[in-house]
Design a protein around this ligand. Structure first.
Ligand code: IVH
Length: 690
């Protein structure tokens, strides 16, 4: 391709094609080519521009990123001030707003007054100036009159077109498009995780992250932050005319600008309330943060009649959702001992209502988190709740920091048993190492009995605490040693309540294996890991003897969890706990269900003699029973198989005498493997039903 006009043509085609795919991907959210194909086009354009630098224009897609860092932002004066919105709180303010609108438009009947409802994005407002369809300047809102020139940074946002779409005659001579730059929640979380790894301060919320990312002197940083935009209106527009807000939004969309999908024309105030309610229920499903809805009078001539106050229009307002973040005072930091002895710092807050729920405490996670956030006792802090998540302290309000703040210190003694506290390498959490610390025991009991674990109704927080304090439960197995008489001696227990609790405890004996494994409270073994383990092991005995290497390879079980499991079962008292559970009649449902399955061993009478290499005596007994075998201690004419390990005793000769089938370990393993596969397939099939 030597002919310069052909080169120019190809470059133009590439630019148009790339921008088209950008538009499809980032604005319409429906890409039509693969990333690889896109990259191919992009590289071709880059190469051609390198060879012909004189053909580079500022609106080439290659020029989105590439400008060097600035010294400072230039100031930009907005031709039309960027107003803010009045916030309406509660029914009466909402009623007032509509009354003022209707009063202000006296000559009109209500039927002639329409509203547009849309989302109130929680980001930062910007203005994009397009001249003859080309993006020439972008600025922040600033104080509404003067903002900062962030053109280079704005160009790195792929959902912002550098050139408007559509026929030349349709494109306005000059367009000031206004919208909100936002960061998606997943991108915000990814960014914060990244910053945490690097030891950089975290952003408190997606809005701060978006603002911090856009106001960077180095556009390279902005480019790496994956910002997005929603356009919600215009400032000045020349060379095109629209008469209403809704029509304008549609026009902006046609020009290739990203307009949000949740926009509704409302003919009466009730329609706006309905929109508010609908959006509120969907709020948690949106991938970005919104803090309410915005209502705007649709007709521009009506907007003009209503006019503006100094900073806010009379034709529009925001209905905010109840905030999920609030300000309060962190009155103290206390240490809470968990079931594994981990001591967690917990913030004691001056009670504050956050989205309808009173918050008094919030987790602070660990000392490094406290240091990173630099929160101190007596600080003013921002607390937040997101969905059902436990409340947390977002950050201190440093501008308001009082003189009497104190820093948190890791305790050197357990706050409950006054025992030794250890901070293990690589962990920022101190642990009380006293295994019989009452705080740990209480937490372990609570966890064991909880809904997701053994689900023993009636053994909630208060009763667990009392049973531990009275010494009736000194270890988990003591739960199964409780009797009606013992309970009735306790305050508050009557015949009926004692009977109910004993029944609940009795019922839990046939709980499922995964619940039991979870209930044991092994560090890092949550519900999911417990499920995986329960599928791989027919009973706790086999899990108990499983080596690190086997565990580590399992789905969702990493080295930390695997080590924790091995450590747990290398403790003698934990091992004997499992045997005690068995002898107290805890026979998990998974075992029993499988026992009825038809397998090679079902209904067979089996005797084991000698030492097996791959199984402990208990484990092989359990495995065989799971497959329906009856394992007995002596050989008789009724015996079907004798399984023989190393150094067998007289049972082998008995078997030979009676002509009973003898199976060595290799044979046995082959059968077990086959059965295991079979039952796993079946179990998976069953689980899909849920
Ligand atoms: S319209 C004249 N529409 O809210 C109306 N603003 O307090 C001016 N915002 O600074 C703004 N979503 O950053 C409008 N759909 C929306 C919005 C929106 C978020 C922000 C904007 C503005 C602030 C107003």
């Amino acid at each position: 391709m030597s002919d310069i006009s052909q080169i120019k043509k190809r470059i133009e085609t590439l630019r148009r094609t790339i921008e088209e795919h950008n538009y499809r991907y980032y604005v319409l959210d429906s890409p039509v080519i693969s990333d690889a194909e896109y990259d191919g086009l992009f590289r071709e354009l880059q190469k051609m521009e390198e060879e012909h630098p004189d053909l580079i224009t500022p609106h080439s897609p290659t020029q989105r990123v590439g400008a060097g860092p600035l010294e400072a932002f230039n100031k930009v004066r907005h031709t039309v001030p960027m107003l803010s919105l009045e916030s309406l709180m509660g029914e009466s303010e909402i009623d007032d707003f509509f009354r003022r609108v209707f009063d202000g438009l006296k000559g009109k009947t209500r039927k002639d007054i329409e509203f547009v409802s849309e989302l109130k994005f929680d980001g930062l407002a910007v203005e994009l100036v397009y001249e003859k369809g080309r993006l020439v300047q972008a600025s922040t809102r600033g104080d509404g009159v003067t903002g900062e020139d962030v053109t280079q940074n704005i160009k790195t946002i792929p959902s912002i077109p550098l050139l408007l779409r559509g026929k030349e005659e349709k494109i306005p001579d000059r367009l000031e498009a206004r919208g909100e730059v936002i960061m998606r929640i997943d991108e915000f979380e990814r960014l914060n995780q990244d910053r945490e790894k690097k030891g950089e301060p975290l952003f408190a919320n997606p809005r701060n992250a978006a603002a911090g990312s856009l106001r960077q002197l180095d556009p390279g940083i902005t480019a790496a932050r994956k910002l997005e935009i929603f356009i919600y209106g215009i400032g000045d527009m020349t060379g095109a005319k629209r008469t209403s807000h809704r029509e304008t939004l549609m026009f902006l969309k046609e020009l290739g600008l990203r307009v949000n999908e949740f926009i509704r024309l409302c003919r009466k105030p009730e329609d706006v309330s309905d929109f508010y309610k609908e959006i509120e229920t969907r709020r948690d499903q949106l991938p970005y943060e919104i803090d309410g809805i915005v209502v705007k009078v649709n007709d521009f001539s009506q907007q003009n009649i209503l006019g503006e106050r100094s900073r806010t229009p009379r034709y529009a307002a925001a209905y905010k959702f109840p905030p999920r973040q609030e300000e309060t005072v962190l009155e103290d930091i206390i240490d809470q001992v968990g079931r594994t002895g981990v001591i967690t710092p917990v913030a004691v807050l001056r009670p504050v209502r956050v989205s309808g729920v009173m918050i008094k405490r919030a987790t602070l996670h660990n000392i490094s988190e406290i240091e990173k956030k630099d929160v101190r006792i007596n600080d003013f802090v921002i607390v937040q709740r997101a969905g059902d998540v436990i409340p947390e302290v977002v950050s201190p309000i440093k501008d308001k920091r009082p003189k009497n703040t104190r820093k948190y210190k890791i305790p050197d003694k357990c706050p409950v048993c006054r025992g030794k506290v250890e901070v293990l390498d690589g962990e920022s959490l101190p642990r009380c190492i006293n295994a019989s610390c009452p705080a740990q025991l209480k937490e372990r009991i609570k966890h064991f009995c909880s809904k997701e674990a053994m689900n023993i109704e009636g053994l909630g927080d208060r009763i667990s605490d009392m049973l531990a304090e009275k010494g009736l439960i000194k270890k988990l197995t003591d739960i199964y040693r409780l009797t009606r008489e013992k309970l009735m001696a306790l305050p508050g227990f009557k015949e009926k309540s004692s009977g109910n609790l004993i029944r609940a405890i009795e019922n839990s004996k046939s709980s499922s294996l995964d619940r039991f494994i979870y209930a044991l409270g092994i560090r890092f073994v949550g519900r999911k890991a417990a499920k995986v383990l329960s599928k791989a092991f027919p009973g706790p005995e086999k899990l108990m003897d499983s080596p690190f290497e086997k565990l580590e390879g399992m789905e969702g079980i990493g080295p930390v969890t695997a080590k924790s499991i091995v450590d747990f079962f290398s403790d003698k008292s934990n091992r004997s706990l499992i045997e005690e559970f068995r002898s107290l009649g805890v026979h998990l449902k998974a075992d029993r269900r499988k026992a009825t399955q038809d397998s090679f061993f079902s209904g067979k009478k089996v005797v084991v003699t000698g030492e097996l290499e791959s199984y402990s005596r208990l484990a092989i007994k359990e495995a065989l029973e799971e497959m329906g075998a009856g394992v007995t201690g002596s050989v008789s004419s009724k015996t079907d198989f004798v399984i023989v390990g190393k150094n067998p005793g007289s049972k082998l000769s008995d078997a030979k005498k009676l002509g009973i089938r003898i199976m060595d370990e290799k044979d046995l393993l082959r059968h077990l493997k086959k059965e295991d596969k079979k039952s796993r397939k079946k179990k998976e099939g069953q689980e899909e039903l849920f």
